[in-house]
Ligand binder design. Structure first.
Ligand code: ADP
Length: 277
């Protein structure tokens, strides 16, 4: 039996802990969105493991799309590290709830955001629910949040190929997947697993983004590859997938994410997205 937030003083604000399944839906069926939600394209951002910059890249993808004048949202489903609100300087005071539904926070530039961290009194509290309860909560972000009209919603997925991401792939009516990887992951074949899982789910993979790919030499400005020249082009060719971007290691990005000013970061070239979105 799942514990309630009140039992353990988890400090969740508005949402009761969900039941293991949405009441009317078996766990492996697509869930219906809230009647007040109209999302044209739902794109999952995934990675084979944590810490590769998946959340940062989700934020950067959303910013890229928003700058084209499109209505953009991020559903933060990465329960292992729900870091999206912090990147945008958002907190629990930025969401609204009525007796029935939740309403997402809105960033300074108008990106809508919902995240477990917006429901916690303290950002650093871990979510210690069991996986059916976590996936139930994520499903509620789709069923019980009124997102309004959105052209592109990016879902920052939990990392890896385990039970929770698998359930979410099945539950959300995804239009496409973007895979984020670092050069190291490519060596370890972790990204291959992510590709294989997406293929098994029959969701189109839009392409690969290599993060922390290179950095400019501090002396001559030429690209240097601290993790070695990557194999992303090789795997992309093998899988017949486009490489959408190769993003540099940039302390300014880490700083912007930490300080809640990612919206004003200009250092990422994501023009490769335009061909697939
Ligand atoms: P994930 O979602 O994969 O766990 P995050 O996006 O939370 O990863 O990133 C992990 C850490 O790495 C964060 O502190 C973030 O600011 C930093 N980071 C991500 N991408 C880059 C990059 N290209 N250059 C420098 N720091 C980065």
């Amino acid at each position: 039996m799942a514990q309630t937030p009140q039992d353990d003083n988890f400090g969740h604000k508005h949402m009761d802990p969900p039941k293991a399944k949405h009441p009317s839906q078996p766990a492996n069926e697509k869930i219906e969105n809230n009647p007040g939600t109209h999302v044209k394209k739902l794109i999952a951002v995934i990675s084979g493991k944590g810490g590769v910059g998946k959340s940062s890249v989700s934020a950067l993808c959303a910013l890229h799309v928003m700058k084209k004048g499109l209505r953009t949202a991020i559903l933060d489903a990465d329960i292992t590290g729900p870091s999206i609100p912090r990147m945008f300087g958002l907190g629990p005071a930025d969401i609204r709830a009525d007796s029935q539904y939740l309403y997402p926070a809105q960033s300074a530039t108008g990106i809508k955001v919902m995240s477990m961290n917006l429901l916690m009194e303290k950002e650093e509290q871990p979510v210690v629910w069991r996986s059916p309860v976590i996936t139930g909560a994520m499903r509620q972000f789709w069923t019980d949040v009124v997102w309004g009209d959105v052209d592109y919603m990016f879902v920052d997925m939990p990392p890896g190929t385990g039970d929770i991401p698998l359930t979410l792939y099945q539950a959300f009516p995804l239009d496409g997947i973007i895979i984020v990887a670092t050069p190291q992951e490519l060596v370890e074949m972790i990204v291959q697993k992510a590709v294989n899982m997406a293929r098994m789910m029959n969701i189109p993979i839009l392409g690969l983004i290599e993060n922390m790919s290179w950095m400019p030499c501090p002396h001559c400005g030429e690209k240097i590859y601290p993790f070695g020249e990557s194999g992303i082009d090789e795997i992309a060719a093998k899988e017949n997938l486009p490489v959408l971007a190769k993003l540099p290691i940039d302390s300014a990005l880490a700083k912007a994410c930490d300080e809640g000013t990612v919206e004003y970061y200009e250092g990422a070239d994501l023009s490769g997205l335009d061909a697939v979105l």
